[in-house]
Ligand binder design. Structure first.
Ligand code: CS2
Length: 487
């Protein structure tokens, strides 16, 4: 049996399910990038809104690159299982807030049409850092990126989120329909402002007047999103099948913890996501920085060190004193320059992160977090580093984290058929391989401006600290760096 509207009544009594009439739900939210994270987070909050009786806020999702999610969910009426793994066991529920899914390039025209309709009031996004095509060190739009260049060449048939948003806003403006709100839910500092910058930079290339109209009329609220949600594995599928007594092609396994802080700036209204615990705040930058640096910054550190010490998952990496001994002082470095949101104790916040990382029920792969380092390091680790440099403070632990990323890249560069999952992989691997001598490797990788800009390579103290940590990791017998490196 397969999960579907029809089979809902066959679920075990312990599995919560939508009790609202899904056929009456209005698809007023279009979500771009319908992966595991969105389905563990925003779709769950929205499910609670629908359950409260407000059926005005259903989600129509879109896979930007592929139709995989559409193909998995369409046969089950877009229902899916969410398994929340807590310290005292797991909670399994079926989520009903997604009422349709577009799939990749083949559905791009239909997606654009849906985004252009007056019924669409919010366009939300989780496409990861690289989906914005911004050079994160400088904030510039990557006009040369092939997907952006293609959309600029034929703006009426867009495939990227920027092309889609700009073209849909153009159509709405032409038809006298108010603009939707653009709600970025990605791990970027000031994600709304970055989304706005990317959309405006794209729009300026297409139609300067339209860009001015977007700037004046569209809202891009910032958000802080948090829920650790590993990519779904076949073991997760088997686990969920056993729990619900039927097949679900693409369930989501996540942690118990969830947090969403949102700036309350919407052009056409919004659901009351506070029903499920979301918080509206005007302190988003502080919330986002705390989460990006304390959580994501340590996550990346743990992922590179985990990869170098043969630890497949975060929970396994947290068993290694070598790693935890680096995380504790790293958090001190990060917290020393952090402006926390009012009333938040960052020491307690960091303690709660340790608990979350140790959750053995989550098989969060260090390889997954280690991907896209070029897109993640600037805001997670280099931003606090720059603030420390400005205050004359040394940052040996942030240097260790960056050195671990460098070793990870060098190791892949020297592995036959090694694959670095990163939009800048070509440049990173080329630099990582140019020399086998430690100081030269560090200098070559540090010269990648899209990651480190020009200030960090020019900083003699940071360079020296980085080299020292790079050499220390290479000499540490517990850390498996590339054999080729000479120190
Ligand atoms: C992780 C995040 O993959 C990564 O880079 O650091 O996905 C992290 O799990 C989430 O931001 C937690 O909210």
């Amino acid at each position: 049996m397969r999960l579907s509207e029809k089979s809902l009544s066959e679920l075990p009594a312990s599995v919560a399910r939508p009790a609202y009439n899904r056929s009456r739900v209005v698809g007023s939210i279009v979500h771009l990038g319908i992966g595991a994270f969105h389905r563990a987070h925003q779709a769950m909050f929205t499910d609670a809104v629908l359950a409260s009786g407000d059926l005005g806020w259903g989600i129509v999702g879109a896979g930007i690159i592929s139709a995989d999610m559409k193909n998995a969910l369409a046969p089950q009426d877009f229902l899916y299982t969410l398994a929340e793994m807590g310290a005292d066991g797991e909670k399994v529920r079926v989520i009903g807030s997604i009422i349709g899914v577009f799939g990749g390039v083949e559905d791009a025209a239909a997606l654009l049409a849906k985004m252009s309709q007056a019924s669409t009031r919010i366009v939300s996004i989780t496409v990861t850092e690289k989906g914005y095509y911004l050079d994160l060190a400088t904030g510039k739009l990557q006009l040369q990126a092939p997907a952006i260049a293609a959309d600029l060449a034929s703006p009426a048939t867009p495939k990227t989120i920027l092309g889609l948003i700009v073209e849909a806003l153009k159509a709405r403006r032409g038809a006298g329909i108010p603009p939707f709100t653009v709600l970025s839910c990605d791990n970027l500092p000031n994600n709304g402002k970055l989304a706005k910058a990317a959309v405006l930079a794209f729009a300026r290339q297409v139609d300067a007047e339209l860009a001015t109209w977007i700037e004046a009329n569209v809202r891009f609220p910032c958000t802080m999103v948090d829920r650790i949600t590993p990519a779904t594995t076949d073991a997760d599928r088997a686990h969920v099948t056993a729990a619900i007594g039927m097949d679900d092609a693409w369930p989501v396994v996540t942690e118990e913890f969830v947090q969403w802080v949102i700036e309350d700036e919407f052009t056409m209204g919004r659901p009351d996501w506070t029903i499920a615990g979301a918080v509206f705040s005007d302190e988003i930058e502080r919330w986002e920085n705390m989460k990006l640096r304390c959580l994501n910054g340590s996550h990346s550190t743990l992922a590179y060190l985990g990869q170098l010490t043969g630890r497949e998952t975060v929970a396994e990496a947290m068993q290694l004193p070598l790693i935890t001994d680096i995380l504790d002082p790293l958090w001190l470095e990060i917290r020393a320059v952090l402006e926390a949101p009012k009333g938040v104790d960052t020491a307690a916040y960091v303690d709660s992160l340790k608990q979350r990382y140790r959750n053995p029920a989550l098989k969060h792969r260090t390889a997954q977090i280690a991907s896209d380092g070029s897109q993640k390091l600037p805001q997670r680790l280099l931003a606090p580093l720059r603030e420390r440099i400005a205050k004359g403070l040394p940052s040996p632990m942030i240097a260790t984290a960056v050195a671990a990323w460098m070793h990870y890249a060098v190791k892949i560069a020297h592995t036959p058929d090694g694959v670095l999952n990163d939009p800048l992989a070509g440049e990173i691997l080329a630099q990582a391989k140019r020399s086998t001598e430690a100081a030269a490797i560090v200098g070559n990788l540090l010269a990648i401006q899209a990651i480190f800009d020009t200030d960090l390579p020019a900083n003699a103290d940071f360079r020296a600290a980085l080299l020292e940590k790079f050499v220390a990791l290479a000499k540490n017998p517990a850390v498996a760096t590339a054999a080729q490196i000479s120190v």
